[in-house]
Design a binder for this molecule. Structure first.
Ligand code: ZN
Length: 143
């Protein structure tokens, strides 16, 4: 058996979290490059997150965390959310904040940085883009 990539480990961790919350996760190659993901409240009370599988892996992971945030924070607001790339209204920002904290927990970022890990190592470890990692380090005052 092939050893798992770091990305697979991280994705499975989030899928496990979704499952525990009664949320199905599906990957679909949406044709629109603007659709990052969506969240649907199904009639039976369950939820489904759809991730655009055409996007790069770091983006898919972020979308999954973002939709988990949507479900945790906004599931009572409406039955369906469609998340477009670059949309920046308040609920979107709240879901992004949730995703950032889920993907790059403060204690872990601080600990790895204190151990001298560079930007590239941090990106690999957390499965995020360089821009997202830089933003998080900045936010925590580590840059
Ligand atoms: Zn969204």
């Amino acid at each position: 058996m092939q050893p798992k990539s770091r990305h697979e480990e991280l994705r499975e961790g989030q899928e496990w979290l979704a499952e525990r919350r009664g949320i199905d996760v599906a990957y679909y190659p949406f044709r629109s490059p603007r659709i990052a993901g969506l969240l649907i409240h199904e009639d039976d009370g369950g939820y489904c997150i759809g991730i655009n599988s055409r996007m790069i892996l770091t983006r898919q992971l972020f979308s999954l965390a973002h939709e988990l945030g949507r479900c945790a924070l906004h599931r009572h607001v409406q039955a369906m959310f469609l998340c477009h790339v670059g949309r920046q209204d308040r609920p979107e920002r709240e879901a992004n904040t949730y995703a950032v904290q889920l993907l790059m927990p403060e204690h872990a970022v601080r600990e790895l940085q204190a151990r001298g890990k560079g930007l590239r190592d941090l990106c690999t470890y957390f499965g995020v883009s360089r821009a997202a990692m830089e933003w998080r380090l900045e936010e925590l005052g580590l840059r």
